[in-house]
Design a protein around this ligand. Structure first.
Ligand SMILES: Nc1nc2c(ncn2[C@@H]2O[C@H](COP(=O)(O)OP(=O)(O)OP(=O)(O)O)[C@@H](O)[C@H]2O)c(=O)[nH]1
Ligand SMILES: [Zn+2]
Length: 334
C-alpha cells in the first residue's frame, strides 16, 4: 500500500467543526514512522519524528479512528502515518501507541475513580516545592510521591527558595524513604539538578508560586514560561495550561505541567506504593490477605520486620505509613 494516497486523505480542511480525515483504505502501518508525543492541545498532538536528514521534525497529528478511545499523552511513543514532513497545514495520524513503561496518573479527585494519564514514559517526577513563601504543602508533596511510586517514576524533590529558609526539615521528613532531593534557589547553581535530569525524561510538578516557571526558564532558556514576576509588572500572563516537553540544552527532556495543581489518587492502593520499596514489599509477603499495611492492620508483617532490625527500619516504616495515610482513599482492604 502506498502511503502517499494516505497523506492526501489527512490534509487539513478548514471548517467550523475542525477537520475530519476521510479514509476509505486502511492506513499503511508498515510505513508508519516512529515518534514521540511532545505536546497535546485540544485533540491535536505534536509528534517529534526523525526527518530525512536525521534532524528532528515536529509533526501535527490526530488520533486515527481505529485507536478508539485510547488517549494519547505527552511522552507516548507512537507511530504516525500521513504527511510527516512537518509542513504547516499538514495533519498526520497516530495509528499505534506503544505500551507505557511508566505512567503518571491522576484522578479528578479522590472520589472520582476516572483515571487520567498526565504523562507517559517519564523516568523522573521532579516535585518542586518552596521551603518558604509559600510554605511547603506537605499533603501535596506526599501525594506527588505516591503518584510517582505508583506510576513507576523515581521521585526527586527540588526544594526551591533556599535563600529564605533551610531545606533541612523537608530533607528530614523524607530521609526514611531515601527520597532524592536537590536544594535550589534563583542564585544557586543548576549543576546538581542537571545531573539528575541528564539523559532522562523528567516531569515537573509544583503548586502555584513555588518558583517552577523561574526554574524551567533557567533550565530551558528559550522556553519562556510565564512567571509570577510578569504579572507584577502588568504585562499580563500567558501561562499555557497544556503539558509540554522541552529539551534540555545538555541532554534530556523536561515536561512542564502548568495546569496540574493537584493529584487525585483514587486509583492508587497501598500495594501500588509498597511495590516501589523492595525491602518493604519483600517483608509484606507474610501479611494477611488484603492487608492495608497501616499501624492498625492486625498482623501486618511490616511491624515484625521493623521490630526485628536496626532502628532505621522503624523510621522507614513510619515514613511509609505516613505516606499512605496521606492518601484519603487508602485504607484496609485496598
Ligand atoms: N526568594 C526567592 N524567590 C523566588 C525564587 N524563585 C522564584 N522566586 C519568586 O517566586 C515567585 C513565583 O515564581 P514563579 O516562577 O512564577 O512560580 P511558579 O511556580 O511558576 O508559579 P506560577 O507562576 O503560579 O505557576 C516569583 O515572584 C519569583 O520571583 C527563589 O529562589 N528565591
Ligand atoms: Zn501489611
Amino acid at each position: 500500500m502506498d502511503s502517499r494516497s494516505d497523506e492526501d486523505d489527512v490534509r487539513v480542511r478548514a471548517s467550523r467543526h475542525g477537520s475530519r480525515p476521510r479514509t476509505r483504505t486502511r492506513p499503511a502501518h508498515d510505513e508508519a514512522v516512529p515518534g514521540l508525543v511532545i505536546a497535546v492541545d485540544r485533540g491535536r498532538m505534536t509528534v517529534r519524528v526523525e526527518g530525512p536528514d536525521g534532524a528532528p521534525v515536529d509533526v501535527t497529528t490526530m488520533r486515527a479512528r481505529e485507536l478508539g478511545k485510547h488517549g494519547v499523552v505527552v511522552g507516548d511513543r507512537v507511530r504516525v502515518v500521513g504527511d510527516t514532513t512537518g509542513r504547516t497545514d499538514s495533519l498526520a495520524r497516530i495509528v499505534t501507541i506503544a505500551d507505557r513503561v511508566t505512567s503518571l496518573r491522576r484522578t479528578a479527585d479522590d472520589t472520582d475513580p476516572t483515571e487520567r494519564i498526565v504523562v507517559a514514559n517519564a523516568d523522573l517526577l521532579v516535585v518542586v516545592t518552596s521551603v518558604a513563601d509559600p510554605d511547603p504543602a506537605l499533603g501535596f508533596l506526599d501525594r506527588c510521591l505516591v503518584a510517582a511510586y505508583a506510576g513507576g517514576l523515581a521521585p526527586l524533590l527540588c526544594l526551591t527558595k533556599t535563600d529564605l529558609a533551610s531545606p533541612q526539615p523537608l530533607l528530614d521528613r523524607y530521609a526514611g524513604l531515601e527520597v532524592q532531593a536537590v536544594p535550589m534557589s534563583r542564585e544557586a547553581s543548576l549543576d546538581d539538578l542537571l545531573e539528575h535530569l541528564r539523559d532522562r525524561m523528567s516531569v515537573l510538578v509544583g503548586q502555584s508560586g513555588v518558583g517552577k516557571s523561574t526554574l524551567v526558564n533557567r533550565l530551558v532558556p528559550d522556553a519562556f514560561r510565564a512567571t509570577g514576576d510578569v504579572s507584577k509588572i502588568g504585562k499580563g500572563r500567558h501561562t499555557s495550561s497544556s503539558v509540554v516537553l522541552l529539551d534540555l540544552p545538555g541532554g534530556g527532556t523536561v515536561i512542564d505541567t502548568p495546569g496540574i495543581r493537584s493529584l487525585g489518587l483514587a486509583h492508587v492502593t497501598p500495594s501500588d506504593v509498597l511495590a516501589a520499596f523492595d525491602d518493604l514489599a519483600e517483608a509484606a509477603v507474610d501479611c494477611p490477605p488484603l492487608c492495608g499495611h497501616t499501624a492498625v492492620d492486625p498482623g501486618c508483617a511490616l511491624d515484625a520486620w521493623a521490630a526485628g532490625g536496626p532502628p532505621a527500619r522503624r523510621e522507614r516504616l513510619a515514613s511509609f505509613r505516613r505516606l499512605i495515610a496521606a492518601v484519603g482513599q487508602l485504607g484496609p482492604g485496598h
